[in-house]
Design a protein around this ligand. Structure first.
Ligand SMILES: Cc1cc2nc3c(=O)[nH]c(=O)nc-3n(C[C@H](O)[C@H](O)[C@H](O)COP(=O)(O)OP(=O)(O)OC[C@H]3O[C@@H](n4cnc5c(N)ncnc54)[C@H](O)[C@@H]3O)c2cc1C
Length: 379
C-alpha cells in the first residue's frame, strides 16, 4: 500500500488525515511536533465567514463555498463517529455596518448570493435594535447584514474530533515528533521525489508527502531547496465571563463590527455565559530578536476590547477569563492559502499558508488535496 505522510496536525493536517482516511488501500501517517491543534489553530476564534465575505468568484470563493457545504455534513459525521460534541454555532453571523460603509456593495452581494441560493438579509438600524436589544451606542449604525448560513466552530474540538475519526479509520498519528529533513531522489526526467522523512525519532519511508505545517512549512520546504515563504502575523484574543447570556432570546449569532468579532461560547444546550472577543492583526515583535519570544502588544488587545464594548456595552461588566495570542501563517508574495504541488517535486503537495481563514478553509483544502492525491495515484 502506498504510504502517504502529512506533516502538521493543525486543523488543516487533521482535516486532510480524515478526508484521506476514506480512500481505501492507503497507509496514512500524520506527524506533528506538538499535540494536535496546538499551533495557530489553538488561537483561532473559529468564525466561518463565507457568504458574508466579499469573495464572489474564482478559487477564493470556490474554496469558501466548498468548505461551508462540507461543514454541514462534516460536523454531524464526526460527532456520530467519535461521540464527541463539537461546539458549532448554526445561528449565523451578523455584521454591523457603520457610517462610511458602502451599502450599495452589500446590496449587489445580496443579489449575487441569491443566484447561488445563499441568503443574506440587509437590516435597518431599527431592525438591529429590536432583534438585538443588547447592542448599544448605535448612533453611527447605518444597517447590518445577517448571514444565516455562515457558522462558527470551536477549532481545537474540531481538530481533536478529526484526529479521533481518522484514527478510527486506521490513520496513524505520531505526536511530539519533529521532522528535521528528507532523503530525495531525482528521476531520469529531472523530477525530484521525497523517499524518506528524517525525524528525531528515526526515518520513515514515504511514497507521497503532504506539507501542512503552517509556519513550519518554510523550513521544511527550505530543506527541499524550494523555499515557500510563510510569515507570521500575530493575533490576540480574549475570553470574557459575563455570567449570563447577552440575549434573553434563544438566538446568539456571532456579531462582527468595526473589525471585531464577538463570539458566544456555545456548549450544546447549556446557557451561554462567556464570549470570545478578537482578534488583533499585528506584525510580531520579538524579545532580543529571538523568534520563540514573541511580544504581543497589550495596547492593541485593549483597543479591540474597547471597540467591542462600544457597540456591546454589557461586555464592560464581564471579567476577563483568559487572554492569548497566536501566529497566523501568511504566505509571502502569493495569495493565501497555498494548495498544490511543490515545484520540482512529483510526490509533494503543499496545504499551508491559510493566514486568517484556516478554520474556514480546512474542509475545502482537504477535499482539494484528496482529489490531487487520487489523480496522482491514478496516473
Ligand atoms: C487570533 C487568531 C484568530 C483567528 N481566527 C480565525 C477565525 O475566526 N477563522 C478562521 O478560519 N481562521 C482564524 N485564524 C487563522 C487560523 O488559526 C489559521 O489559519 C489555521 O489555524 C492554520 O492551520 P494550520 O493547520 O495550517 O496551522 P497550525 O495550526 O499552525 O498547524 C501546523 C502544525 O504543524 C506542526 N509543525 C510545524 N513544523 C513541523 C515540523 N518540522 N515537524 C512536525 N510538525 C511540525 C506544528 O506543530 C503545528 O501543529 C485565526 C488565527 C489567530 C492567530
Amino acid at each position: 500500500m502506498p504510504h502517504i505522510v502529512t506533516i502538521g496536525c493543525g486543523v488543516v493536517g487533521a482535516a486532510i488525515a480524515y478526508e484521506l482516511s476514506q480512500i481505501p488501500n492507503l497507509k496514512i501517517t500524520t506527524i506533528d511536533r506538538q499535540e494536535p491543534g496546538q499551533g495557530a489553530t489553538s488561537a483561532a476564534l473559529g468564525v466561518l465567514m463565507s457568504a458574508i465575505s466579499h469573495k464572489v468568484k474564482g478559487r477564493a470563493w470556490q474554496l469558501r463555498r466548498n468548505s461551508m457545504e462540507r461543514y454541514e455534513t462534516l460536523i454531524p459525521e464526526l460527532e456520530s463517529i467519535t461521540g464527541r460534541q463539537i461546539p458549532f454555532n448554526r445561528e449565523g453571523i451578523l455584521k454591523l455596518c457603520f457610517a462610511g460603509e458602502n451599502m450599495t456593495k452589500w446590496e449587489e452581494l445580496v443579489k449575487r448570493r441569491r443566484q447561488e441560493k445563499l441568503h443574506l438579509e440587509i437590516l435597518s438600524p431599527d431592525e438591529v435594535r429590536s432583534r438585538h436589544p443588547y447592542l448599544g451606542n448605535l448612533d453611527l449604525l447605518i444597517g447590518a447584514i445577517y448571514s444565516p448560513q455562515d457558522r462558527q466552530v470551536e477549532p481545537v474540538a474540531l481538530t481533536q474530533a478529526l484526529v479521533d475519526a481518522a484514527r478510527s479509520k486506521a490513520v496513524t498519528f505520531e505526536f511530539g515528533v519533529a521532522v528535521e529533513g528528507f532523503k530525495t531522489v531525482t528521476t531520469d526526467s529531472g523530477q525530484n521525489s521525497v523517499t524518506q522523512i528524517q525525524t528525531e525519532r528515526g526515518n520513515i519511508a514515504v511514497d507521497f508527502l503532504i506539507i501542512a505545517a503552517g509556519l513550519g512549512s518554510t523550513s521544511l520546504t527550505a530543506e527541499l531547496k524550494q523555499t515557500v515563504d510563510i510569515r507570521p502575523i500575530l493575533g490576540q484574543g480574549l475570553q470574557l465571563h459575563l455570567g449570563h447570556s447577552l440575549s434573553d432570546r434563544d438566538f446568539q449569532p456571532v456579531i462582527t463590527g468595526d473589525d471585531v468579532h464577538i463570539v458566544p461560547c456555545t456548549r450544546g444546550r447549556e446557557p451561554i455565559t462567556d464570549y470570545l472577543v478578537g482578534a488583533t492583526v499585528e506584525e510580531p515583535r520579538y524579545a532580543n530578536g529571538e523568534l520563540d519570544k514573541v511580544l504581543p502588544d497589550a495596547g492593541k488587545l485593549d483597543e479591540v476590547l474597547s471597540r467591542a464594548i462600544a457597540f456591546c456595552p454589557d461586555l464592560a461588566k464581564a471579567t476577563v477569563v483568559k487572554k492569548w495570542f497566536g501566529l497566523r501563517p501568511r504566505p509571502e508574495g502569493q495569495p493565501a492559502p497555498v494548495i498544490g504541488p511543490l515545484e520540482g517535486y512529483g510526490n509533494v503537495l503543499l496545504a499551508t499558508g491559510h493566514y486568517r481563514n484556516g478554520i474556514l478553509l480546512a474542509p475545502a483544502t482537504a477535499i482539494a488535496i484528496r482529489d490531487k492525491l487520487k489523480a496522482y495515484l491514478a496516473s
